[in-house]
Each structure stands twice: as C-alpha cells, then as structure tokens.
Design a protein around this ligand. Structure first.
Ligand SMILES: [Zn+2]
Length: 756
C-alpha cells in the first residue's frame, strides 16, 4: 500500500508541472498534452446523456414482452439498429440460430395427503398497464429443464446447495427418488437441480421465499417493490458452469446457419431432472403438508407455517414438456472506427432481451448504453476521432444463458483474440453505490474513472461515496484501514451470470462489469411485474443513475479508446494474485483444522453424548485430514509479478511526458503486448472437466454459478477434496503468472527503449 503511494509520488515529481492544469495529474497512459485534450472531450461527453431520453427508451423497449423468439424482440433489435444509424454509427444486426425451449405443458399438483393444484400464473394488476399482455408473455418456467413426468414425496432442501445436503445427511434424510423444493438465491438457480440430481432426486421445485424478496422486506407489488404471493422468478437452469454458456447445440463454436449442431440428446448443459419455479402462494400449501424433522433454524423462512423437512407425507406430481425449437437471436453491433489504431478494439455491451417486459432487467442498462452511443455519435460530429475502434453491442438472448454474446464471441473468436483490448459490460441498473467488478489489470483504471464521476444524490464523487460506504460496512479495523490507505478500492472478481463471460472466461479479454445499486430493493426480478410501471414507481424513476451509468461507462470507453498506451496497470493485479494465494492457503488450513477437530470429537463421543433420542441425528463420517499442498511455485511467481509490475509502472511514469511524441509504430508494438496480458492468464486446455473456461484466475463456481471462484482449479480442487489435482493446478497457475510477469517485464523494457 505504501509502495503504491510512493510510486505515485514519483509520477507526480517526474513531470513538469507547467504542462497540466493546476491540480491535474495526467491520465494514466496519456502524455500531459494528450491528457488535457482527452479531458476536454470527456467533459463534453458527460454533459450530453439525458435522463428524459433514457426514460423514453425504456418506455419504448419495455412496452411489450420481448423474450428470444418473440415479435417484439426482433422489433426492438431493429429499433436499436435504426437509432445507432441515426446517431452516425456504422451498425448491423448479426443473427444466430439457438436452441430455446418454451413450455408446452406445466402441471404441479399435490396428490397426497390432500389435493392441491398449483396456479402457476401471475395475474394482471389493474394499476399496471403492461401486466395484462397475457398472449405475449412467456408462462412461468425455467429454460433448459428437461421434459419430465414424475410423482414422488417432497423434501425441503433449504437453498439446495451442497452444504444443505450435508445437513440432510446429519438428519438422516435422503432425497433419493424424491422431488425437492428449494428456496431461490444463495446460488445460481441451475445449481439447485444439478445438486438435487447428484443426490438422486427426480424432480426439483424452486420457490421465492418472502424472507428473501417478499413481504418480510417491504410492501409487495403493486403497493411496494417486493414480490407478491403470485410472483414467480423465471430463469435459465442451464448447467453452463460445468459445460459452457450459449447455445447448447453448438458448444465452442458460433451458432451460424451452417454450424454443425448436436442432436438434442447429446446437449450437455440441459438439466438431468425436470424443474419448475413457483411462487410462495403455490409453495405454501406444499411446505405446510410436510412432516418429518423440523428444518434447522437457519433454513426456516417467514411463511406462517412450521418448516418441516419431510420426506412427505406431501406427495407431488410434476409434469413439464417443452417445445425444443431453434429460435433466432439478433445482436445489434455498431462501430466507430479507430483513427490511429483501428485494429485495437474497445467493446461495450448490454443485452436487450428480457424474460417478459424487463424494464429493470435489461432495459435500465440498455437505455444507458443507447444514450452513450448517441453522445459518442455527437462527439464524432464535433470532430472527435477515437484512436482505437469502438464497438457497441446490444446483445440478444442473454436471459436463457448468454446466447447472443457467447455465439458472437465464438463466431469472431480469432479476430477478438487478436484485436480486443477490453470488454465493458452492464446489465440491470439501479440506484445508489457504484459497483466495480472485473480484471484486476483494470483496477487502477476504473478507480480513476470513478473519481471523475459525480454521484447524483450526494454530489460526492462515486468513488468517495463507495469508499465511505465501504468504511461504514467494514467488519474489522484492518479492513477499515485498508479502505482509508490503499490508493485504489479493490474491485470484485467476476464469475458469470451476464454477457462478459465469453469475453473474459473463454477468450481472456480484460473485462469490466459495472453498475449502480444498493438502494433499489425489489422482488420483481424475471416476473411480469418487472415493467415500466414498477421501474418508474420504485427504482431509478428520475433516471439520474441511468445518466450516471452512461457518464461512467462512456468516459471509460473514451479513455480506453484514446490512450497513447492502454491504461493497464499490473501492481494491483500482482497484489490481488498474492492475496488470492494467501486465501487458498487459509482455505486449506481451515479445512485441515475443521476435519481434525471433528475427528477428535467423534473419538471423544461428543456426538453420542449430545444426541436427543426423540430428534435423532446421524454423526458425520470420520474423514481423512487434507494433506499439505506446496504453494511455493505460486508465491514465487507472484513475487516475480510484483517486481515486473513495479518496473512497468516506473517505466511508464518516466516516459509519460513524451508519449504523444512517440511514434505510433512503437506504441503499436507496446499496446499489442499489453492486449496480450490478459490472454497470458488463460490456458488453452481450460479448467479441469470444463475446457471452455480458459481463464486461470476467474471462473464461475461449478456449485455457485453466478459467484466467482478465484484461482478456480486450485480452489475447487480443495473444496471438492481433489488434493492431487489441486497440487497439479498450482503448477499450471504458477506458470501462467510467471508468463504474465515476463510479459510485463518485456513491456517495461520496450517502454524504456522506445524511441521518440
Ligand atoms: Zn440481465
């Protein structure tokens, strides 16, 4: 931390203070002169985005249901295309053919001990003008569930993640041959049927618990923002994390018309058992009919019933059948060609498809993207010429599982590997704090942007507001002192769940995922009630954070597109790599302690002594204590990266004053190498058992889905007790970090030798 501050001091001192404004440090990767020009254009840009326009885009795009394959999805794509063209961007639509199942039959009934038929329907509400578009709405369902017709006793499994099944083992309950009912959240929804099937269940229901997004938190829609008793969360249950996202029939290649498609029964990412999502209105009678042991305290929700685990006596019949059709997705792609380095690409995307009307998800983010594109078009008319090529993408088919972005990235994989410098994503946007996630080589960059954006509510910079709010939430004095002293706020590593996945995880393109949120609680996610009425009553209804998002991402795009030297920095990356290495060591030590302690308690008879014979539980099995692993290769590689990162930062600082006089050719060679820096963190063979995922630092967890696993192959090796594999993976990760250190070192030397 102090080291970071010292280096910054050198930067400031080594520059002639006359060239830039009184208190303005030149932007990273810019000479003082080019920095000043850039700041002027950026200031012009930030004055353009207009909240009223964003409101109008949202009204238009969310006016009717616009899921994949619907008439209004195509209509929206064509409308977005027309806007891009009107604003002077070079735009076209790219179409892919993807497997997109829609429901044909949905039956859920309780057959024992009493009869009950689930409604499976979200009613129209009189005050909400788009909620009655029944004929165009997709019914409530989860996409990529297999067809099925099963009848079996019901078991309540909490959130349905692996730890919950360990608890069930302790209660002596098996889900073999049962239908499970799991609560939404605490994992990507597709993890729930995956884990259930691995434990022998034959069907899976997922319900929205009022404790998580219903009346426990606030009034329900339409009186308030939260989920009402009929509201259902649609969604994808594709097992994308253990296979790949995108079209299940064309894994790894673009779903173009002539692509070879797998037969449906060979598609790896479909679920193994039938799945149906339900409302708490439909879940309550089923849960109330369960007996068996009481659910552990932390499993219980806030429905007015005692929560039992089962199995039975509730027995349910679940039947689902789907139309397994190939549907078109329409990606709208717009370009502003680069004037000096057209072969270096900055890509910015947000999806346009929704589950239903989707005002929040995705139109709040899409409206911000559109307003950025309009503003950039305006600047081009005023004479702004970005150095690099800018690509704006409105993706289709994100909701079923990143179909449009994945197929586009797979189709253009070769060009993207060569040209793509950075991908910036957003999705649903709310109000409140600025969220920064992504590649740590961009941590310094995005922190700098955040220092230049005003928070519309507090008038602090969005960086300051985030820092102060993190101090308020910090759990330890150490955390607080880091927040106060570290130059940059740490950005979150990103897993998956939205369109950056193919760019970062598959192609190794440095990526950011950005947005505002935290003050926009709601329970309409993926229901018919996520619409213009809800958004304009309960979320960012004056679109001030929509405007802030346009300003933030537009500024980021410009700053990346115009920099003399791409503003990657590797000091924060090296710090993060070292932190992740320590985290893994702690994880392993924690497991060793835990298993040692448990084995000891088993020997002492603790479990027998504490057993209540009227509420019998099963003692956990005695386990092998995890072996020690040798982290030294990662530690050594991490230290090499620290050294080269500091060398590069110093070399860049020394050359900063002359960057704009440096020959474009020399800068091109340097930038080429910088573009490679994220690729170096990938491995062509991919992660164990999921070769589509090539990044060795970040991946979605096989058993978490949305949530990232950092250094995934080593971490999941330890978590899944594959210690031999973890040991091997340490070597592979160490090699990638060494290669990264060598690349950064070579970039530093290149800078030092650069002629001008
Ligand atoms: Zn979305």
């Amino acid at each position: 931390m102090q080291r970071t501050a010292a280096v910054l001091l050198i930067v400031t001192l080594s520059l002639p203070s006359s060239v830039f404004g009184a208190n303005e440090t030149p932007l990273a990767g810019y000479s003082p002169r080019s920095s000043q020009t850039e700041r002027e254009w950026e200031a012009k840009f930030r004055a353009i985005p207009d909240s009223a326009n964003q409101r109008e885009y949202m009204r238009r795009l969310s006016a009717r249901p616009h899921h994949v394959g619907s008439p209004y999805d195509k209509d929206n794509a064509e409308w977005i295309l027309a806007r891009f063209k009107e604003w002077g961007l070079d735009a076209h639509i790219e179409t892919f053919g993807v497997l997109f199942p829609t429901p044909k039959v949905r039956v859920l009934e309780m057959v024992e001990p009493t009869k009950f038929t689930a409604k499976l329907d979200e009613p129209a509400l009189a005050v909400d003008p788009t909620s009655n578009q029944k004929s165009e709405q997709l019914p409530t369902y989860t996409a990529y569930s297999i067809d099925g017709d099963v009848t079996a006793p019901l078991v309540f499994v909490n959130y349905g993640v692996p730890e919950d099944y360990e608890k069930l083992d302790r209660l002596g309950i098996s889900v073999k041959g049962a239908i499970v009912i799991a609560k939404y959240y605490h994992s990507w929804r597709g993890v729930k049927p995956k884990v259930a099937a691995e434990h022998g269940a034959i069907g899976c229901l997922i319900y929205s618990e009022p404790q998580d997004d219903g009346y426990t938190r606030d009034n329900v829609f339409p009186q308030g923002p939260m989920r009402n008793p009929d509201g259902v969360q649609r969604g994808s249950v594709m097992d994308f994390a253990s296979a790949s996202p995108g079209d299940p029939l064309t894994p790894g290649v673009g779903a173009t018309p002539d692509a070879k498609r797998l037969p449906l029964k060979e598609a790896k990412s479909l679920t193994k058992i039938p799945v149906l999502p339900i409302s708490y209105g439909d879940a309550q009678p089923l849960l109330a009919a369960l007996k068996g042991p009481m659910a552990p305290d932390e499993w219980r929700g806030t429905l007015p019933i005692p929560y039992h685990v089962g199995p039975g006596p509730a027995k349910v019949h679940l039947k689902v059948e789907f139309n397994w059709d190939i549907k078109p997705v329409y990606d709208v792609i717009a370009k502003i060609p680069g004037s000096v380095a057209p072969d270096e690409w900055i890509i910015r995307g947000n999806h346009h498809d929704a589950w239903v009307n989707g005002a929040e998800d995705p139109v709040s983010g899409q409206s911000a993207l559109l307003e950025e594109a309009r503003a950039l078009g305006e600047l081009v008319k005023q004479g702004w010429k970005p150095r690099r090529t800018i690509i704006y993408a409105a993706w289709d088919g994100e909701e079923p599982m990143l179909l449009g972005s994945t197929e586009w990235a797979e189709t253009h994989a070769e060009e993207l590997r060569q040209h793509a410098a950075v991908y910036i994503n957003s999705d649903a946007n709310g109000r409140g704090l600025f969220f920064m996630g992504g590649s740590h080589s961009l941590e310094q960059f995005i922190n700098a942007v955040a220092r230049d954006i005003e928070d519309p509510e507090t008038k602090l910079t969005v960086w300051q507001r985030r820092q102060l709010s993190d101090i308020a939430d910090a759990k330890s004095p150490d955390e607080r002192s880091e927040l106060r002293q570290r130059t940059d706020l740490r950005i979150e590593a990103i897993g998956s769940g939205t369109d950056f996945t193919a760019f970062l995880d598959h192609l190794g393109i440095a990526s950011l995922n950005l947005g505002y949120g935290g003050e926009d609680d709601g329970g309409i996610y993926h229901s018919i009630y996520d619409d213009f009425y809800w958004f304009t009553h309960f979320s960012d209804f004056d679109f001030i954070y929509g405007r802030a998002l346009s300003q933030t991402i537009g500024t980021s795009v410009m700053r990346l597109a115009d920099a003399d030297v791409l503003p990657f920095d590797f000091v924060d990356l090296s710090d993060t790599v070292q932190k992740y290495t320590k985290d893994l060591e702690k994880l392993l030590a924690g497991k060793q302690d835990e298993i040692q302690e448990r084995n000891k308690e088993l020997e002492e008879g603790v479990f027998k002594a504490t057993l209540d014979p009227r509420r019998p539980t099963v003692a956990p099995p005695k386990e092998e204590v995890p072996p020690h692993l040798n982290f030294a290769p990662m530690q050594n590689a991490g230290e090499a990266l620290v050294r080269s990162a500091e060398h590069y930062r110093k070399a860049l600082a020394q050359k900063q004053s002359v960057l704009s006089e440096t020959q474009a050719e020399s800068l091109g060679v340097l930038n080429r190498r910088l573009i490679e820096s994220e690729r170096k963190l990938t491995n062509d063979d991919g992660l164990p058992r999921r070769s589509w995922y090539k990044h060795l630092l970040y991946a979605p967890g096989v058993y978490t889905g949305y949530d990232v696993k950092t250094i995934p192959a080593v971490r999941e090796g330890i978590e899944q007790k594959k210690y031999g594999e973890a040991e091997q993976e340490i070597l592979r990760v160490a090699k990638a970090i060494e290669d990264e250190a060598a690349l950064v070192e070579s970039a530093a030397q290149l800078l030092e030798q650069t002629a001008h």
